[in-house]
Design a binder for this molecule. Sequence first.
Ligand code: SF4
Ligand code: FES
Length: 326
Amino acid sequence: MTYMNNICADAGTANCPCPLAETGDCLICNRLAGEEKCDCRWPGLCIYNEFIQNDGVVRNKRNESKAKIVKKIRYGRDLLVLVLSVPKGFALSAANPGSFVFLRGIGKSSFSNVPVSVMRADAENGHLYLALKIISGKTKVIAEAEDALMLRGVYRNGLLGGGVKGLAEDVHGGRPDGLGAGKSKWLIMTKGIGFAPAVNLLQWADARADVQMVIDTEKINEELVHDSFCGCPGMKTGAVSIRLDSLAGAETYNADEYDKVILLASDYYIGHIAQTLEVPAHKLVFCNNFHICCGEGICGACGHVDSQGNVSKMCKCREMNVNELF
Ligand code: SF4
Ligand code: FES
């Protein structure tokens, strides 16, 4: 069995080198994975050099800290929006698409950690908005907390697929020649609580892409969707249009008309829609539904074994072929 994470979501960020460098398990650098010579293709700052310069110690681990609860908004019996107070730098980092954090009730063991997608990050006020579906023990503890929660983050790999790295080019460069002039066009389809990372994505895109959204509100409610999207850039100008509809009718859309097709739903819908619409790998973005436990590439809970027997740690690895996954 070999590890084949060619791409690490944390490589070259403030959180690299990470604890995997200390244990000789770096996903990119051969030398930090126990080999003698370097033949990695990482184009950024040398990770090995960084680690050695830091005396072989990881200086910037993501530690837990207490986050004050600013507001709790209940929607029906099992939906909750939490607003947490965080340092402004933390909020700024969480504003990137695909960001997620871990939450835990104060006094609870680390078994109680829950990974939650960032719905919105307000860096000016240092506020983090998270939407949760209250399902079982761990989420019930979080929902019952009144004053503060333990928070760890920010983690980056909430979005997967060959289209992720093109999102920034889309919002800064517009449509490539050959697809017509103007802004890039995105089709975003969400089901259930999957709408939350779409809010963060739209905030980040800041109306620099034309977005058609299809939101399946089964298992959530329309008031929550309305409240969450109403302040999004592009709603007033028409750059973002929202349709509440069942994803069962998704085959009426044509992937050729869009620069990105972004699917934030269950694995069933991601696989079904990606295959039905024949979405090319470079256009496809989808949410990371793997079982995330540590988020650091340590525990192996998120491991995906491909047909060759190679394992990818999906909390870190970003580029996956959807046909291989589902
Ligand atoms: S696994 Fe990723 S984050 Fe960790 S040291 Fe290697 S490149 Fe950096
Ligand atoms: S969640 Fe632990 S290795 Fe990915």
